[in-house]
Structures are given as structure tokens and as C-alpha cells.
Write a protein that binds this ligand. Structure first.
Ligand code: CP3
Length: 342
């Protein structure tokens, strides 16, 4: 039934040799064809809400490299945008939105969300129609904690201090925000699955700034709530959970959240990654800077990941998104080397 979709085979717990490969942020500014379509689209959010162009940029890295998975082109911040937080992406400033407070949290209302996100769901439909049959289509959303950090601060910060402080000062309101985001995000993932996504990834990019108690309350609990909700409604749904920077706290993350696979950033030691892989599939974890460097830094990093994790269920990926300064030819070298394994 997997139509030879290798990423799905790994998500079922199988070892596939060589391992399937895709890269976080594989559609992006390092590709000249992305930069061209991005220009045509206007703003970044205009691109996210244009099904034709969003599908086109999703397909670009598949055409160029033949990755085993395509990831829907969108952003985790379309959820706050659908919640009327006035999200903007301005050149050189990163994302910005109206910061939310206790009063704003009490007024959150999900009525507009489905309608607002219809163009993204339409992109998923087009992609499943236009992708090669063997390419796995991944949907995604942000984890409640990571999305909440942007909603509270109103912009990106180096350590998410505003959200951490808000959570200590206003635990009830903050808990309501996380539950609310978990519920709208679970609905959004179900809609992506119904439109043709084969599996989904939950990005908790800011999990690494949380202490142990807060990791349990703000990272694990809301992601568990989401995965339970999705799997209750779509029992065969597959979920990859990526808690960047969580380190040793990843030890029981898979069991505690119910994720099928866990994403690993490059700071996770390969010996620990191999331990985590005994419980199920892992995804990762090459340092994106090795792709910028190329040459032996790239090839040695790839060898180390394959040597440590290639004998078990592995989805080869970077430990975080590919950066704009990466050379597209280095990505060709990366794919070739992974495909020669085994
Ligand atoms: O991976 C893919 O190819 C799919 C598309 C995708 C984007 N963002 C496109 C994007 C995905 C999966 C994301 C997730 C995302 N967005 C995360 C979680 C993963 C991570 O990287 O930690 C986060 C935290 C965001 C929020 C966000 N979006 C930030 C902080 C920024 C600005 C930083 C930057 O790189 O400029 C974005 C913008 C963004 N999202 C771009 C892309 C291609 C670049 C904007 C542009 O093209 O002008």
C-alpha cells in the first residue's frame, strides 16, 4: 500500500537502504528558481497562499534532486495569521505580528481558521496530484510552544525570554493559549492529511530553551494532545515530531508524545541517536553548515550519520533547515553520497 514511498516505509519502522532523504527548508532561497518564483509572488505570505506558486516551489527541489519526500511550502506562522495576529514578513526583519496578551488570549476564536487556510489545503491537493507517485508528501505545522513564542513576543528572539516570562507570570492564560493552538493545529493537520498529505511533521524549533518541567508542560503535553487528536480521527496518520535543542529530554519524547518518528538536530550525539533509534525511526541530523562548507566537511559528516544510524530506520535529513548561503551543487553531492550507501 505504500506505493514504494520509502519515507512511509521508514515511518512504519522498516530499515530502508540507502535511507530515504529530504531536507528541512529544501524549497528556499538557496535555489535560484525559488528566488525567481518568490519575486513573482510578491510577499512571502502571498506565496504561501497562492496554490499554484506554492505547489511550484514545493516541486522545484524534487525536480532538481529527486528527494524522497516533498514538504508542503507554507509556514508555521499561517496559524497566527489565520487568528488575526496581523503577521508580516519584512525583508531583513524576520516575521512580525501583533503581540498577544491575556486579554487577546481570552478572545481567541477559531471561526476563521479553516476558511483562511483553504489555499494551503488546495496546495496539498495539487501536490498529491502532481508529485511522482513514489514521492512522500509531508504536511506540517508548528508545535504550540514554538508558535506561542512568536505570538507572545510579536517577533523572533534569540532565547524566547518573553514567552518564558509570560508563562511564569500568567500560567493559566498561557496554558489556554497552548491548548487552543494544539486544537486548531490538530484540525489543520487532519485537513492536510485529508487533502493528500502522506505524513505530517510538527516543528518545535524552540523546544531547546525550556527547562525540564517546562519541557514536560509546554513541549510534550501539547504535542501529545495534538497527536492523540489526529490519530483518534485518522488512525493511520504518521507523525514526525522535531523538538530542536531538546538534548537528553528526547529520551522519552517519542513515547510521551506518541510520535512515529523523532527529528534530531545536529547537537544530538550520534551514540545517543542510535539509542533513540532502538525505539523507532529517527530523522536527521547533519549540521546545515556542512552543506555550506562542502568538500570533506560535508562528506565526513554524511559518513558519520550513515555509519551510526544507517543500519536502522532512518530518514536522512539535516539537523535544521538548509540556509540561504548553501551551494546547490553541494546538495547534489549530498544526495549522491547518501544514495551510494549500503
Ligand atoms: O521546509 C520547507 O521547504 C517548507 C517550508 C517551510 C518554511 N518555513 C518556509 C519559509 C517550513 C517547514 C517552515 C517552518 C518554519 N517557519 C519554522 C520551523 C522550522 C525552523 O526553521 O525552525 C519556523 C520557526 C518558521 C518561522 C519563520 N519563517 C521564520 C523565523 C522565518 C524568517 C527566517 C528566514 O529564514 O528568513 C520564516 C520565513 C521563511 N519560511 C522562509 C521560507 C522559505 C524565508 C522567507 C523568504 O523566502 O522570503
Amino acid at each position: 500500500m505504500s506505493q514504494n514511498r520509502k519515507v512511509l516505509d521508514v515511518l512504519d519502522g522498516k530499515t530502508v537502504t540507502p535511507p530515504p532523504i529530504w531536507l528541512m527548508r529544501q524549497a528556499g532561497r538557496y535555489l535560484p528558481e525559488y528566488r525567481e518564483t518568490r519575486q513573482q509572488a510578491g510577499s512571502f505570505l502571498d506565496l504561501c497562499y497562492n496554490p499554484e506558486l506554492a505547489a511550484e516551489v514545493t516541486l522545484q527541489p524534487i525536480r532538481r534532486y529527486g528527494f524522497d519526500a516533498a514538504i508542503l511550502f507554507s509556514d508555521i506562522l499561517v496559524i497566527p495569521d489565520a487568528l488575526h495576529r496581523n503577521v508580516r514578513f519584512t525583508e531583513g526583519h524576520g516575521p512580525q505580528m501583533d503581540p498577544i496578551d491575556e486579554d487577546g488570549i481570552s478572545k481567541l476564536n477559531a471561526d476563521n481558521v479553516d476558511r483562511h487556510l483553504q489555499p494551503v489545503i488546495e496546495t496539498v491537493r495539487r501536490l498529491r496530484r502532481d508529485l511522482p507517485v513514489e514521492t512522500t508528501l509531508l504536511g506540517f505545522c508548528g508545535a504550540p510552544w514554538t508558535v506561542a513564542t512568536y505570538m507572545i513576543a510579536g517577533h523572533g528572539t534569540p532565547d524566547q525570554a518573553p514567552a518564558r516570562l509570560f508563562a511564569y507570570r500568567h500560567p493559566e492564560a498561557f496554558g489556554r493559549l497552548l491548548d487552543f493552538l494544539a486544537d486548531v493545529s490538530a484540525d489543520y493537520l487532519v485537513a492536510q492529511i485529508d487533502a493528500g498529505a502522506d505524513a505530517v511533521q510538527i516543528f518545535d524549533s524552540w523546544a531547546g530553551v525550556l527547562g525540564e518541567t517546562e519541557f514536560e508542560k509546554f513541549a510534550i503535553a501539547p504535542v501529545r494532545r495534538m497527536i492523540q487528536s489526529v490519530k483518534h480521527r485518522r488512525p493511520s496518520a504518521k507523525v514526525i515530531a522535531f523538538a530542536k535543542g531538546a538534548g537528553i529530554l528526547l529520551k522519552n519524547y517519542r513515547q510521551a508524545t506518541g510520535a512515529d518518528a523523532i527529528g534530531l538536530d545536529w547537537s544530538v550525539p550520534l551514540s545517543f541517536a542510535a539509542e533513540l533509534q532502538k525505539d523507532g525511526p529517527v530523522q536527521g541530523n547533519l549540521d546545515p553548515m556542512r552543506v555550506v562548507a562542502g568538500g570533506s566537511a560535508l562528506s565526513e559528516g554524511i559518513d558519520a550519520v550513515l555509519h551510526a544510524l544507517g543500519q536502522g530506520p532512518l530518514i536522512f535529513n539535516l539537523g535544521h533547515g538548509i540556509t540561504p548561503q548553501a551551494d546547490p551543487n553541494h546538495v547534489t553531492d549530498l544526495v549522491n553520497q547518501v544514495r551510494r550507501f549500503g
